[in-house]
Ligand binder design. Structure first.
Ligand SMILES: Nc1nc2c(ncn2[C@@H]2O[C@H](COP(=O)(O)OP(=O)(O)OP(=O)(O)O)[C@@H](O)[C@H]2O)c(=O)[nH]1
Length: 581
């Protein structure tokens, strides 16, 4: 098995040079395992091996994180200096508890030479406990643990691969298998419109999913139409109409005085007239399964003869979601599930149980309230995420959506000529914001799984503060940060207009200059090869960070500091840096 761990390189490269995914380089298993099991403390993650490979291709990301998370900025904001990473590491990303539970298992194998029946007994108990705590159904846990144990004992010694790493690999492969192995694509009708019928209990997110799905398919070039079939909740029809407008998709509604099956028939007729590619029908949810609901759905299904019948289930309901998929499948016959609210406190039980329990695949996942927050369900990426690998491919796709190639190239040019300005800064931070909440974006970056929620909250807060300050700058000041560096009066105005302190504005300007120099240096280190060997890159990055005094790099860094310090020292008195007026 090849694991695309090094897509981190691609992810970051994409942001700077928008390389196509096909240039992904693959790491061998052992490298993946080594990387995935390396501890990464929250306080040092910026310089960790993982984030080195990620950020090295995109100096901005690393710098952005460094700047927005700088403790000095926190101090300026809160008046206290906080230590980043106080020892207690909490995973910011979903399935955190499961991930840590599994980590406990591998950690017990540290120092062992080979996997044996005896030494895996305790780790297997940890795995079992972690899965049960994640609300995975018991029969699934039993089968899983059995499959992993059987393979672990039979593995023998693999040169260069530690037993704990071997166990990670076995668990990874079994997790992928458990979740269905392959991505289960939506099926489209060969002729006429493809009809997708959505079902599910109350409040699971059907109406939201209808609009999300329409947008998702629209992005693939398909014309869509929505049918509002929730006749029991008038607000659901209004909600769908509003969401339809938001995503630019027509909504067929016929009020609440008409039977859902009749709405379905008329809606389908309308869709045929309009010649749309895909029709998505939202249906009424119930508090719990009842016969009336099932009969109604059966009737709607008969009328629509849908290509897909997808049950929307709430990821937070754990194994209950899997049971629901089974019941709906037996009652009305479904083609798959959509797991909603995977961004919430889901422990993983639903994602891990649905396929195994019901035999029906999860086709899509909802990961947020926004209409953009719907993605295909990738079992391998989900396994990677559970194991703390970070969902890099999803990140790359998101990045591709929000970052145009020209922007990326222009940015690179600016970085190389040290002309990166506040407009670029703003554009980049917004591109990151567009990818979803920072916690999600950070969770997708390998090695950044272990960031404390407090750190993310601080970073998000800092980002807002910075945006406010940049927005208070004139277009000229944004383009020429020197103007601000040289004028305390300008900085004072920006501070007043943004409601921040002069110290915060000065600090932001200083950070931009430091970023310019450091990013240019990093890009320089990477120039000369398309995708440098990861190890070389890491070395280069380490050297960049740890260059001893007197070396060229160290000199460059001190020059950059001096450059800024020079402007700082030219100011009159303690009011700020670079003062000329
Ligand atoms: N965080 C998060 N919230 C979601 C997601 N999907 C839906 N929601 C929220 O869940 C709530 C219920 O969503 P609806 O789409 O109204 O659910 P429904 O199944 O149509 O509800 P009924 O019509 O009452 O059956 C709303 O507040 C949505 O914003 C998701 O993936 N993540």
């Amino acid at each position: 098995m090849e694991v695309t761990a090094s897509v981190s390189t691609v992810a970051s490269r994409h942001l700077s040079t928008a390389l196509p995914l096909s240039k992904t380089t693959h790491l061998s298993n052992s490298k993946f395992l080594r990387r995935s099991t390396q501890p990464c403390s929250s306080s040092s993650f910026i310089g960790s091996t993982h984030s080195l490979s990620f950020s090295s291709r995109n100096p901005f990301t690393r710098e952005l994180w460094g700047v927005i998370h700088s403790s000095s900025m926190n101090a300026a904001v809160t008046g206290t200096r906080k230590m980043a990473g106080s020892g207690l590491i909490i995973r910011a990303e979903m399935f955190g508890q499961l991930t840590s539970g599994l980590e406990t298992a591998w950690n017990k194998l540290k120092g062992e030479e080979v996997l044996t029946k005896e030494n895996i007994a305790e780790p297997m108990r940890d795995i079992r406990r972690a899965l049960l705590e994640a609300d995975v159904s018991l029969p699934v846990v039993r089968r899983f643990v059995q499959a992993v144990s059987d393979q672990a004992v039979g593995t023998g010694v693999i040169r260069g691969v530690r037993p704990d790493q071997q166990l990670v690999k076995i668990v990874n492969d079994e997790l992928v298998k458990l979740m269905g192995g392959e991505v289960s694509e939506l099926v489209f009708a060969k002729t006429g419109p493809t009809v997708i019928l959505l079902a599910g209990l109350q409040g699971v997110g059907k109406t939201t999913v209808s609009a999300k799905l329409a947008l998702y398919l629209k992005k693939q070039g398909k014309s869509c139409m929505l049918i509002a079939g929730d006749v029991y909740r008038p607000a659901a029809i209004d909600q769908l109409v509003i969401l339809g407008e938001q995503v630019g998709v027509p909504v067929y509604s016929a009020g609440t005085e008409i039977k859902p099956a009749e709405i379905a028939r008329k809606g389908l007729e309308e869709a045929r007239k309009k010649n749309v590619n895909v029709v998505i029908m939202d249906t009424a949810g119930r508090f719990q399964i009842d016969k009336a609901m099932m009969d109604e759905l059966k009737e709607v299904k008969r009328v629509l003869n849908p290509t897909e019948v997808l049950l929307v289930v709430d990821a937070m309901t754990g194994q209950e979601a899997a049971a629901l998929v089974t019941t709906f499948n037996l009652e009305i016959g479904i083609t798959g599930a959509i797991l909603s609210k995977l961004d919430g406190d889901s422990r993983g039980g639903a994602a891990l149980s649905v396929k195994e329990v019901s035999g029906k695949p999860i086709k899509l996942v909802g990961r947020g309230e926004r209409v953009e927050d719907l993605e295909p369900f990738y079992p391998d990426r989900m396994a990677g995420r559970i194991l703390g690998m970070g969902d890099v491919l999803s990140f790359v796709e998101k990045a591709q959506e929000v970052m145009r190639q020209e922007d990326a190239e222009e940015l690179q040019k600016k970085i190389m000529s040290a002309k990166f300005d506040f407009n670029d800064f703003l554009k980049q931070t917004r591109a990151v914001a567009q990818m979803g909440s920072m916690s999600r974006v950070i969770g997708m970056i390998p090695g950044m799984g272990k960031v404390t929620p407090a750190q993310i909250r601080e970073a998000e807060k800092n980002l807002k503060i910075m945006e406010a300050m940049i927005e208070a700058m004139t277009p000229e000041e944004r383009e020429k940060p020197e103007l601000l560096a040289e004028s305390p009066a300008r900085r004072k105005r920006v501070a007043q207009d943004s409601g921040k302190t002069e110290q915060q504005v000065s600090q932001l300007v200083a950070q931009l200059f430091q970023m310019r120099v450091r990013m240019k240096n990093l890009m320089g280190v990477m120039e000369g090869g398309s995708i440098p060997a990861l190890s070389n890159l890491e070395e280069a990055m380490k050297a960049e960070q740890k260059a001893p005094p007197g070396t060229a790099r160290r000199k460059r860094r001190s020059e950059s500091r001096r450059q800024f310090a020079d402007s700082a020292s030219s100011r009159p008195g303690p009011r700020g840096f670079g003062a000329k007026n």
